[in-house]
Design a binder for this molecule. Structure first.
Ligand code: NAD
Length: 417
């Protein structure tokens, strides 16, 4: 694509501005919500396997905690930037609000190329990062979680450092942990599962028969592959998929479970038997009923949006659609289930994990999944009701719902001093 990729934080501010307009928000409150409460940048000297020291840069941005402790993942990626983390932290504030759980929003990231690092290097970098942010995290302060290229093991290392520094055993400081360390059953698949609950509701609105439907997924990682596997249980056929190595399509449909196994074995979706390679743009513009961008932000740009044929876009990724592209999708009648709603399943089960840790209890996977279903369907209804009431698209409906709740909390707390 030749189009310049917009700054994700500017996208986030534009989405906030639109919601603030509908809510007739006081300009002072609008400005408070436009500025993250705290931004921390840390240098992370790490001894690499060759004996040399390399200094990485990491961030933790705490956007808003009026409704509860800051909450949000930690991302390892070469393109991490302060503005990206700012955007992601504000989307977390809106996401925890839209599903009405008692958290605020935060996000972290380290500029690094995790694929080129050894497990030992990743562990040393993670532990150093945990040490650097330890003073500002905690079960009632800020509760991190996994994001792109971080996982349950990463969370265990962070928890271990936090606990050693503070002389406690505090599993509630982080979510997305291994089950053996207080992780919740159902957390690993929660984002994909939550997005499926939302897709099923969207299909009812659009009168789409899922038994005959087709879909494509951009980014076959944790969120995307679980979405594909669980969605196909409802009937739709997977026609296209991609990861960082490329995109593929099949004329007859692919079994998502077999594609997961193939990617686990070979490291990518490319070359899956019976598939043929296509470009990223072709994947996003495939003639399918449902499209899920599940990779990174700024993927559905205006030129791509013009050719999107899907009836429903379920945003498993954060920020995959730019505001300009959003307008085109809305004009073309595409029903977009926005990121802060569609991918909120992860943070809902993170919340359930946190509650289990604080209460020292453990729920079964069925109990967790049924609480997740209730939350996601309730949130879909709130957002859809707002979009009907204000006669706006689902993203604006979601932002109106979320920003309205946070603004009320901020107003209720008043201003210090
Ligand atoms: P992941 O690392 O498990 O997967 C990311 C996938 O995207 C990988 O398969 C990678 O190869 C692929 N990818 C990277 N660049 C790509 C590109 N240019 N084109 C196509 N594919 C590409 O990460 P994840 O946790 O699944 O996160 C994916 C998205 O979902 C992110 O935007 C993340 O913020 C969002 N998200 C994840 C969760 C969660 O619980 N995992 C929750 C909410 C939102």
């Amino acid at each position: 694509m030749s189009q310049a990729k917009p700054n994700p934080f500017e996208n986030a501010l534009e989405q906030l501005r639109i919601a603030a307009g509908y809510l007739k928000l006081d300009e002072g409150i609008h400005q408070m919500l436009a500025h993250p409460k705290r931004e921390v940048t840390v240098s992370l000297p790490v001894k690499m396997d060759d004996g040399k020291i390399k200094v990485f840069t990491g961030f933790r941005v705490q956007h808003n905690d009026a409704r509860g402790p800051f909450k949000g993942g930690i991302r390892y990626h070469p393109n991490v930037s302060l503005d990206e983390v700012r955007a992601l932290s504000s989307w977390m504030t809106w996401k925890t609000s839209v599903v009405n759980i008692p958290f605020g929003g935060g996000k972290g990231g380290i500029i690094c190329d995790p694929k080129s690092m050894s497990p030992g290097e990743l562990e040393r970098m993670t532990r150093r990062f945990a040490f650097a942010i330890a003073p500002i995290i905690g079960p009632y302060k800020d509760v991190p979680a996994p994001d792109v290229y971080t996982n349950a093991q990463t969370m265990a290392w962070i928890m271990d450092v936090y606990n050693m520094i503070n002389g406690v055993m505090s599993p509630a400081v982080i979510t997305g942990k291994p089950i053996a360390l207080g992780g919740s059953l159902g957390r690993d698949r929660a984002t994909g599962r939550g997005a499926v609950f939302v897709t099923v509701e969207a299909a009812k609105v659009k009168k789409l028969d899922l038994k005959k439907a087709t879909f494509a997924v951009q980014g076959f990682g944790n969120a995307g592959s679980n979405y594909a596997e669980i969605l196909q249980e409802h009937g739709p056929k997977l026609m296209g998929a991609s990861d960082s190595s490329g995109a593929i399509m099949s004329k007859t449909g692919m079994d998502a479970g077999k594609l997961v196994a193939y990617k686990e074995k070979t490291g990518s979706v490319s070359g899956f038997p019976g598939s043929q390679p296509i470009s990223n743009a072709e994947l996003l513009q495939m003639d399918v009923d449902i499209l899920s961008p599940a990779a990174l932000e700024n993927q559905i740009l205006p030129d791509i949006a013009k050719g999107v044929k899907a009836k429903i876009v379920a945003e498993c990724a954060n920020g995959p659609t730019t505001p300009e592209a959003d307008k085109i999708l809305a004009k073309n009648g595409v029903f977009v289930c926005p990121d802060i709603l569609a991918n909120a399943g992860g943070v809902v089960v993170s919340y359930l994990e946190w509650v289990q840790n604080l209460e020292r209890i453990a729920w079964s996977e069925d109990e967790v999944n049924s609480m997740l279903e209730k939350k996601m369907i309730g949130a879909f209804k709130d957002v859809h009701d707002a979009s009907v009431k204000y006669n706006v698209d689902m993203r604006t409906g979601a932002m109106i719902t979320a920003v309205g709740r946070v603004a009320e909390a901020v107003k209720g707390l008043g201003l210090f001093p």
